[in-house]
Design a protein around this ligand. Structure first.
Ligand code: SAM
Length: 414
């Protein structure tokens, strides 16, 4: 069944783009009927007046309900099944991909979408109120964003394009709408690349040319989650962090996250070469494979929307450093050796969830307490550990690249 869209406006020419591109093609292929109407055709006076001054005073003009009433009584098609009267207004509900999907469902079922384009200060409020009481008519006042346009025509184009592209047969590849931003998982899409592989000194990421579908899928997921966290953290509210024990198959992703986070906790003046060397030596895929096999260690990872965004690693056993051994009060003990979260997920609750699960796992092992070393100048990390019950019990010094560094040793009773 073909659905129909009717647009009513005082500037019908503004809607000419509906003849173009995919929407235009959808019309000629009979996938949707679209008609544009001039509101002034329903005026009765010589000047074809559609507006008047607002009751109560104030700036601007308001569109008259009697003219709109005549227009909508004609355009709302009683023979269509479900009818939606869509009134664009900056004071409406946000128009989202979910709204587009619902409206596409109406058209797919042979229903009708009527878009009433306001101008001036908008349409007399009684119009929406009146049609909301009409049987079979659903009124939706929607805003396409938090800004004010001069009229509803641009909003109508936005809504119609977003809706029509979801109708079956409109897009060449139906998978396109599944993999996009604002899809069912509510994430932004990963970045996309095409030929040439090298352009103005910028390279396509190697993984995309590896032919390894599993790695490509994981990389894309990670980039989608990272971009969403950075640009639209509000969208991640529906994806709380899930913490689980790391498995042997996680070595690669752990090495990636470790490589991306290690520098965050280093002293600000630590040379990049020292950081790189540490990452290559201690945080490689091979090292993580070995850590995951080591029975003295346990590794937990935090996932957001299916992407790994942080991890902890604990090592049970007697502290090697005599200063630490003297400072840690109880035995047996374990070190919380790594606790890292990707920067875009800081202050989102991920680190707290990881820490809670890590302490629970230490308790399950029957440990009376757990210790950690944190760079003395890393105030942010020290505050985080203090919030989770760690207190300073001593310090340890060690050499990095020929310089002496000092860690606070912190302990938490379990
Ligand atoms: N007085 C209205 C207010 O402050 O809410 C603004 C009216 S606006 C100047 C004129 C028309 O532009 C509206 O009736 C509506 O059709 C359209 N419009 C403006 N901004 C819009 C937005 N963000 N979303 C949808 N429609 C919008």
């Amino acid at each position: 069944m073909t659905g129909r869209v009717d647009v009513v406006s005082i500037f019908p020419d503004y809607l000419a783009p509906l003849e173009l591109s995919l929407v235009g093609k959808a019309r000629t292929r009979g996938l949707v009927d679209i008609a544009v109407h001039d509101l002034r055709d329903w005026t009765t006076d010589r000047h074809r007046t559609v507006d008047d001054t607002p009751f109560g005073g104030g700036a601007g003009m308001v569109m008259r309900p009697d003219v709109w009433g005549e227009a909508l009584d004609t355009v709302l098609a009683p023979e269509a099944g479900e009818r939606v009267l869509l009134v664009p207004t900056p004071a409406g509900q946000p128009f989202t991909q979910r709204t587009a999907e619902e409206l596409a469902g109406v058209l797919e079922a042979g229903g009708q979408l009527v878009v009433a384009c306001g101008r001036y200060e908008g349409i007399d409020a009684r119009v929406a109120e009146h049609y909301a009481t009409r049987e079979g008519v659903q009124v939706r006042e929607v805003s396409i964003g938090d800004y004010v346009l001069n009229g509803g025509e641009v909003a109508a184009l936005v809504v119609i394009e977003a809706v029509v592209r979801l109708l079956p047969g409109v897009l060449g590849n139906a998978a396109s709408v599944v993999e996009e931003s604002h899809g069912s998982d509510g994430l932004l899409e990963h970045p996309a690349y095409t030929q040439p592989p090298s352009w103005r000194g910028l390279e396509v990421p190697d993984v995309l040319r590896s032919g390894d579908h599993g790695r490509v899928a994981r990389w894309r997921r990670a980039r989608a989650v990272e971009r969403t966290a950075r640009v639209r953290p509000d969208l991640l509210a529906a994806h709380p962090a899930a913490v689980r024990a790391a498995r042997p198959a996680d070595a690669e992703v752990l090495a990636e996250v470790a490589g991306a986070t290690f520098a965050l906790a280093c002293p600000p003046d630590m040379p990049a070469a020292d950081i790189e060397e540490f990452v290559a030596t201690h945080l490689s895929v091979e090292r993580f494979r070995a850590y995951l096999k080591d029975r003295r260690r346990w590794l937990l990872l935090a996932e957001v929307a299916g992407a790994v965004v942080g991890y902890t690693m604990c090592v049970a056993g007697e502290p090697e450093d005599p200063d630490v051994a003297a400072a840690v009060p109880d035995r047996p003990t374990a070190e919380l050796s790594k606790c890292y979260v990707l920067p875009e997920h800081h202050r989102s609750g991920v680190a707290a969830a990881l820490m809670t699960a890590t302490l629970d796992a230490a308790r399950e092992r029957g440990l009376p307490g757990i210790w950690l070393g944190v760079n003395g100048r890393n105030e942010r990390a020290k505050r985080f550990y203090a919030k989770h019950g760690f207190a300073r019990v001593g310090d340890r010094t060690f050499a990095v690249g020929g310089r002496r560094e000092c860690d606070d040793v912190m302990y938490r009773t379990l």
